[in-house]
Design a binder for this molecule. Structure first.
Ligand code: DAH
Length: 345
């Protein structure tokens, strides 16, 4: 084979070279550019080239050497790229990156528990808007026109009209459900509510409530008490008892405040229950006939009960968070401490 033919065949060989592994890349380098490689060997043959042809052959051989060099670099680079994309050079003994798994917010955990307890006895879940009108938040619920809750001091009115406000309680959803459906109605309405309160460790301008409503023929106060007793025991344990104290709400008659035996001291008396052995957990009562009428339900045929509780309040008895503001700050160091599994229900 003449030198010219050798150069031509090596040019073709270099251009077509492939390598799938680091060993193959190295083999290519040794076979072409190595001390005994085919390209290197050509320079031995060069010595026999006639002097008038030396210039032409010299240039061509240098170009071949450069392209062999370039091809080797290329093969190496494509291999590096591949190994970094398929991870084959990753260290398999390196500790795995552990996924940070989030958790539910404590208020969400407690709200879901409350919903679960009522779902078991046939309550549906209903919702209403947080920006509410006077009719649903106050009037239909029998609040007198001059009731102090309607005062700007207590309620956030919104610049959308004189009777639009952020709802002050989830009782507004009672009205929406009664207006929109026929008895029997058995529903709970969890949601966020707003009041114009100075923010402190014990009060906030927004918090959560769960409202309950049961309307049917012949619903009695005894059923109200039985339902709330079932709720307290399901939520806090079978040893818990409740008591009812007469109270007043515009939308229920009679109305009551519900206390539960203190879960912290088991009724013996502690700081949480202010040494009374009882903690207040909700308000309730028989739906006022005027409210039924306002919502298009005949009070001669139907009766019902309603109740409303604060989710933060219930959460407080479970988690004993010392400052309500922590619930809103979204500090992960606080939030990470809660998981559904840790619930002492
Ligand atoms: N809406 C009342 C509040 O925010 C709570 C309440 C009391 C709801 C008695 C009721 C009820 O349904 O019957 O303070």
């Amino acid at each position: 084979m003449s030198l010219k033919e050798k150069i031509e065949s090596l040019e073709a060989e270099v251009a077509a070279a492939v390598a799938r592994t680091a060993e193959e890349v190295e083999k290519f380098r040794v076979a072409t550019l190595g001390r005994n490689g085919s390209v290197t060997a050509l320079f031995e043959d060069f010595k026999q080239v006639a002097s008038e042809e030396k210039r032409e052959f010299g240039q061509r051989m240098n170009r071949l050497k450069q392209s062999a060099q370039a091809r080797w670099e290329e093969l190496k680079a494509s291999l590096d790229q591949e190994s970094s994309s398929n991870g084959s050079t990753a260290d398999p003994t390196r500790p795995a990156l552990t996924e940070q798994v989030g958790s539910l917010h404590p208020i969400t955990i407690v709200r879901q528990r409350i919903v679960d307890v009522f779902a078991r006895i046939g309550y549906t879940v209903s919702q209403g808007p947080e920006v509410e009108d006077d009719h649903h938040n106050f009037s239909a619920l029998n609040f007198a026109p001059d009731h102090p809750a309607r005062d700007m001091q207590d309620t956030f009115f919104v610049d959308l009209g004189s009777d639009i406000a952020l709802r002050t309680h989830t009782s507004s959803v009672q009205v929406r459900v009664m207006e929109g459906s026929k008895p029997p109605i058995r529903t709970i309405s969890p949601g966020r509510v707003y009041r114009n309160e100075a923010i402190s460790a014990r009060a906030h301008c927004m918090f959560h409530q769960v409202e309950g409503l049961y309307v049917d023929k012949g619903v009695s106060f005894a059923e109200l008490k039985g339902t709330l007793d079932y709720f307290a025991k399901s939520m806090f344990g079978p040893e818990v008892t409740i008591r009812m104290r007469p109270s007043y709400f515009p939308f229920t008659e009679p109305s009551a405040e519900v206390d539960m035996s203190c879960t912290i001291c088991m009724g013996k008396g502690c700081n949480v229950c202010k040494h009374s052995g009882w903690v207040e957990i909700m308000g309730c009562g028989m739906v006022d006939p005027a409210v039924l009428t306002n919502c298009g339900i005949d009070p001669e045929v139907y009766s019902g009960f309603a109740f409303g509780m604060g989710v933060e309040r219930v959460a407080q008895l479970i988690y004993r968070v010392p400052d309500l503001r922590l619930y809103w700050e979204n500090d992960v160091r606080f939030l990470r401490q809660f998981s559904d599994g840790a619930f002492r229900g």
